[in-house]
Design a protein around this ligand. Structure first.
Ligand code: F55
Length: 829
């Protein structure tokens, strides 16, 4: 190094205090400095929200230190990296999670106490980061936590929406959507990188130019938008590693000069430039259908293009031989939403790096893998060819070229089987010619993963049958998991302390298999007593929350029976509500002596309906209408309550799950690809009432059928039951409760008519009628078990004890080993 450079480095070093310290005095000083200089409030007068902001900034400083060290270390070691592409990350709150993963929770709590604040109260000030819809998006968040904790050299890439998932407001029992302008109060958890930015092109034409005697394709864009990076540090637990979730925001591009000939002209030109920002403005709230919208396509390409440029720049920083690209890069596609990355990598390698088509194709086939989260063919994404050709003309050509080669290969393999060719083609012919993104992904990825064992079976035998016959080696599954850091350590500290005490270690926070050790103590009266106490405190907290949200008082002595998830016909919230009506009707018609035997229940339902999903919205209204009747019926009293929790999100889940006794996962068998909510309840010692669907089938293997309440048709029975309407053994009770709805017992009979029609007769696609009797039996079994609190508590302990397999650490470990080919890279302390 030059003398000058060395002198500068020495001076910098002498000015550095070493790492930020975590003793109470240092923390207090840091917090107060942030009050004064970051939040710009007086250190003698600031409220809870300002205290939250200051604390968050002091935590952020600590995250940044580790982030720097981790990335300097990754750069030096230059291991193969995983790039995890997802259009959605449902992160929720960050403060509690960060201090726990950094290992400074108690230190902060102490420091704040001395300043007259309570850590929990400040943590409550934080709003949720709701950059996603549901399970798929929360899975990405859990996997990021596991990737960091297990020291994998991974990056997450996504889009930074200005408006997250809508806030659900209920008026007169109907859902209304309000915009979630979450950045209004600032976001201390992101770091804006104004210098990390890339131009992203749209529209225009493709021209051919001569290049050294050959031809090359040049995309002349019609529009350019700038992508600016926002980095979100993701700290691991019990490690210094802190990885990065890089989200892109759209800004107007400076590459084109504006020409204006008057004030109005100029003003309009500026306003037009500003429109570029709409690309990253809003998350699509639909979690089932693809509508072929131009903005959605632009969002997908925008984030893919910026991320690919970033990855290639990083690669070229260390190596310049693209043959080594697959040894340095694994690219994981979360569903097909980011699958434009495939033609984008082809385009960059061929058109910009001047590799041959064959070289580029070999690389693409080695780096991409994907996961699919859907079961039904209707859930598969399609993009109209006209739309794609207009927004991304060069990509359309590339996709056609890929498809041409693929079709040639198919003909060699299967002969001229036109049926098969047209089904497997990436291009769907028809009234609207479109690109099948799933087919594109399967053709180009080396591995396609399902999210549970039964999900893979369905992919192999139904959804992707033809592809499975062609490439059986491509298809795998990795059962989903959730992170115990957020879903146990952050959200249920009481139970955590108990688990660690009885296991004699807290090592389970990084190694969930250790929870099995609880099995030895499940019958221990002392543990059972303590377990019940902790769970009761959680129930009281939930009861207080219900009171605050809805003004309803519920007794913690009742069984808390919970169904929280997106509202969907296949998830059968309607089955739950009909079951509640049945229970209500029974209680109403009971003799006084029998009423004393009823197990009091608080039924809790929460979830959002896609704004355009009419049936789902009707289900929400029905829930309110039924609740209105039951909750105000003095005959019923405390024996039955129905609560709808509005605006269900990650932080609500963190509060509800630890306080639940029973949770419902009751999708029609064969429809829930995996389900991850059930795993969170299981960890927290909540018993499951469920169908044998998705990951529940694997949960049964861990805890046994006796330890839960299983009901309903099995996956293999469903098609037969559907074929013949008369096969439905529709219970008498089913007809009766449906009558009550139809006859206007709960009002709004006209509005509910289509809902009733959808499940009566041969049209009952999701088999509510068929499963009703067995559902009621399972509910009765739950009542019976609840009466015997000793038995119930034992089942609860065994549920937690059997939840180890459903840690996302396990899932991510399998992906790393089997799909991505990456190794841990642990930054030394
Ligand atoms: C979001 C956007 C679109 Cl365009 C389509 C679907 C979604 C979405 O949110 N899907 C989703 O959440 N799927 C769920 O994924 C979970 C994680 O794998 C599964 O557990 C769950 O079964 C599945 O429904």
């Amino acid at each position: 190094e030059s003398g000058e450079g060395k002198a500068k480095a020495e001076r910098m070093f002498s000015l550095m205090d070493g790492f930020l310290k975590n003793d109470p005095i240092s923390l207090q000083k840091d917090i107060l400095d942030h009050v004064e200089y970051t939040v710009a409030r007086s250190r003698f007068s600031f409220d809870d929200f300002e205290a939250y902001q200051a604390v968050s900034h002091s935590v952020r400083d600590r995250l940044i230190e580790r982030w720097h060290d981790t990335h300097a270390y990754f750069k030096r070691k230059d291991p193969k990296r995983l790039y995890f592409f997802s259009l959605e990350f449902l992160m929720g709150r960050s403060l509690s999670n960060s201090v726990i993963n950094l290992g400074v929770r108690d230190q902060y709590a102490d420091a704040l106490n001395q300043l007259g604040f309570e850590f929990e109260v400040l943590a409550e000030q934080e709003g949720d980061a709701a950059q996603g819809n549901g399970g798929l998006a929360r899975l990405s968040a859990c996997q990021m936590d596991s990737l960091a904790t297990m020291d994998f050299p991974a990056w997450g890439y996504g889009l930074r929406y200005q408006y997250g998932l809508f806030r659900q407001v209920i008026l007169d029992g109907f859902q209304h959507e309000q915009p979630d302008y979450w950045l209004n109060f600032g976001n201390p958890w992101e770091i804006e990188r104004i210098h990390v930015s890339y131009a992203v092109k749209f529209y225009g034409t493709v021209e051919e130019q001569d290049l050294n005697g050959g031809k090359r394709k040049v995309w002349v864009p019609g529009e350019m938008v700038e992508a600016v990076a926002y980095d979100n540090p993701i700290p691991g637990y019990g490690t210094r590693n802190t990885i990065n979730l890089r989200l892109w925001a759209a800004k107007p591009s400076d590459l084109y000069d504006m020409e204006s000939y008057g004030t109005g002209d100029y003003i309009n030109a500026v306003i037009n430039r500003q429109k570029a920002e709409t690309i990253s403005s809003v998350l699509y709230p639909d979690d089932r259908s693809y509508q072929g919208k131009e903005l959605r396509l632009k969002q997908q390409y925008f984030f893919v293009s910026a991320s690919v440029q970033d990855i290639i720049r990083r690669f070229k920083d260390s190596l310049n031989d693209f043959n080594q690209f697959p040894e340095k890069v694994a690219l994981q596609l979360n569903d097909t939403h980011p699958s434009l990355a495939i033609p984008e990598v082809m385009r960059v390698l061929v058109d910009e790096e001047f590799l041959s088509w064959k070289q580029a194709w070999d690389i693409v086939c080695k780096i991409f893998s994907c996961t699919t989260h859907t079961v039904v063919p209707e859930g598969l994404e399609k993009i109209p060819v006209d739309l794609l050709g207009s927004v991304l003309p060069r990509h359309l050509q590339i996709i056609f070229d890929i498809n041409f080669s693929f079709m040639e290969e198919l003909k060699k393999h299967f002969g001229l089987d036109f049926n098969r060719l047209s089904q497997m083609s990436i291009v769907e012919e028809g009234a609207v010619k479109s690109i099948r993104m799933a087919n594109l992904s399967i053709v180009c990825c080396h591995t396609v993963n399902g999210v549970s064992r039964v999900h893979l079976d369905i992919l192999k035998t139904k959804v992707f049958k033809d592809f499975y016959e062609l490439w059986p080696q491509k298809f795998h599954y990795k059962t989903n998991g959730v992170t115990q850091r957020r879903w146990l350590v952050v959200s249920n500290p009481g139970l955590c302390g108990l688990i660690s005490k009885w296991l004699g270690t807290d090592a389970w926070i990084r190694d969930m298999d250790l929870l099995m050790g609880l099995r030895d103590h499940a019958g221990d009266a002392e543990l059972q007593q303590e377990w019940k106490m902790v769970r009761r405190i959680n129930k009281i907290r939930l009861a207080e929350f219900i009171d605050a949200m809805t003004g309803m008082m519920v007794s913690p002595d009742a069984m808390f029976d919970v169904q929280i998830k997106r509202i969907h016909e296949y998830k059968r919230q309607l089955l739950n509500i009909l079951g509640i009506i049945y229970r209500y009707d029974c209680i109403k018609n009971m003799k006084e002596s029998d009423r004393r035997k009823v197990v009091p229940r608080v039924c809790i339902i929460g979830g959002k309906a896609a704004p355009g999903y009419d049936m789902a919205k009707k289900i929400i209204k029905l829930c309110h209408a039924v609740g209105e009747t039951i909750n105000n019926d003095s005959d019923i009293d405390d024996l039955l309550k129905l609560v709808f929790i509005p605006d269900f999100n990650v932080s609500v889940a963190e509060l509800v799950i630890p306080g639940s006794d029973l949770s419902q996962h009751i999708s029609t068998a064969g429809h829930e690809a995996s389900g991850t909510g059930s795993m969170k309840f299981l960890m927290n010692g909540c018993l499951l009432l469920a169908t044998a669907d998705g990951a529940t089938i694997e949960i049964i293997e861990e805890i046994g059928e006796d330890n839960m309440f299983l009901f309903g048709a099995k996956v293999h029975e469903v098609p037969k039951l559907r074929e013949k309407a008369e096969n439905h053994r529709v219970a008498l009770q089913f007809a009766r409760v449906l009558r009550m709805v139809r006859d206007g017992y709960f009002g709004y009979e006209d509005y509910f008519k289509s809902l009733c029609d959808s499940i009566e007769g041969g049209g009952d696609f999701y088999l509510l009628g068929n499963d009703f009797a067995s559902y009621l039996e399972a509910q009765a079994a739950a009542d019976k078990a609840f009466v015997d609190q000793e038995r119930w508590t034992k089942m609860s302990i065994l549920s937690t004890a059997g939840s180890g397999r459903f840690s996302s650490d396990k899932t991510v470990g399998e992906y790393a080993h089997q799909t991505w080919g990456i190794e841990p890279c642990r930054c030394p302390f």
